[in-house]
Design a protein around this ligand. Structure first.
Ligand SMILES: NC(=O)c1ccc[n+]([C@@H]2O[C@H](COP(=O)([O-])OP(=O)(O)OC[C@H]3O[C@@H](n4cnc5c(N)ncnc54)[C@H](O)[C@@H]3O)[C@@H](O)[C@H]2O)c1
Length: 109
């Protein structure tokens, strides 16, 4: 799939995997917006050609604004310090979720 000129949203794009993904998407000509709450991610990780929007994926208003005009979404925002799901509501009936896999999730019952 050609990415040139595509409008792309990367949640968690200031994190470890997200930042590398953003670099690659930018290198392939994508117009990238990063949505990250900077809880662990850092601003300097974000490619200078990407737009950083500081906000939380659990905030519907922020997500709504961030996905305006977006054609592709990569959902990598996660709190990897705890076992949890972060839901990203894209449209009323479409939802993505990121499963955070850590060893102690199996001990949580
Ligand atoms: N790193 C690995 O080896 C690995 C392997 C397999 C799967 N994964 C999965 O890939 C995803 C990303 O992993 P990573 O290593 O890049 O983690 P990371 O902690 O480096 O990145 C996650 C980013 O999400 C941001 N974030 C957390 N909660 C947020 C929220 N509510 N709203 C907006 N941003 C939020 C954090 O600030 C952080 O920058 C996770 O789901 C992880 O479980 C990672």
């Amino acid at each position: 799939m050609g990415l040139t000129g595509k409008s792309i949203l990367v949640t968690g794009g200031a994190g470890f995997i997200g930042a590398h993904l953003v670099d690659s998407l930018v290198a392939h000509g994508g117009h990238v917006t990063v949505l990250n709450n900077l809880s662990t991610g850092v601003r300097r990780n974000v490619n200078s050609q990407a737009v950083l929007r500081v906000g939380d994926v659990e905030d519907d208003r922020v997500v709504g604004k961030s996905r305006e005009g977006v054609e592709i979404v990569f959902h990598l925002a996660a709190d990897i310090s705890r076992s949890s799901w972060i839901h990203l509501r894209l449209r009323r009936r479409h939802e993505l979720r990121t499963q955070v896999c850590v060893p102690n999730r199996f001990a949580d019952g």
